[in-house]
Write a protein that binds this ligand. Sequence first.
Ligand code: ZN
Length: 277
Amino acid sequence: MKLYVSADMEGTAGVCSWSQVDPSNQHEYPIYRRYMSHEVRAAIDGARACGPCDVLVNDSHWDMRNLLWDELPDDVRVISGARKPLSMAEGASDRYDAAFFTGYHGAIGTAGAVLAHTYNDATLYEVRVNGVACSEALLNAAVLGLYGTPVVMVTGDRTTVESTLRALPWAVGVPVKDAVGYYAANSLTPDAACRAIAEGAREAIARIASAKPFTFEPPIELVIETATVPQADFIELLPRFERIGGRTVRFVCGEYLTAFHAFLVAMRLGGAANIPA
Ligand SMILES: [Zn+2]
């Protein structure tokens, strides 16, 4: 069995503030990156309760250099660093039987979800694919879906887990905390969260036969609402992007991978518009 893990951080138990997930923070971040690493290890241990498992972990948060190598099982592979052609879904391929999303968070604009955003909240106000407002979980699940890999477990706050499971009803959701607000959570302790994640992972692998790859039906229409007008001014210059509103651009193509790449490029280029002229 071959398992792919995309590990984000905002959905880690206890996390309720940017300071805890910002690598430049010398006080809180070192503690919470350890908790993040423990949750990833718990997910792998849980999967392995069902049998041997070849594991690739893609560090998917911020500069993507968060996971503590010596907190992980020593036989896994880890993709570390940024930027990557498939970003949070880097390493996706048809060799993986299943995927876990750990530490995930809600889409930008979601109420009741801790630190909810979609890739980059300074640039992206909303991302829609074929009319569906997308979280990172959906955008990344659709990349894995192209390779036939189903997402079978998602962990994070309860709102994030429940909204992801509406799109991926075959997956196991492990809510490790409840949002009290954008910057507040009522959370399990890290150890209790790890136990819940290990149990969720075991259950997810046990019912893998009912899981389905998540895909968007071509043609693919990507609509990006930017945070500001100058960002849309930049993105509009990219080939095949069409300006359809002051802060809205549209990209249509025949298959999702091209749309996902267009999304990443648009986000990164839009970010350049944040530098004052
Ligand atoms: Zn993150």
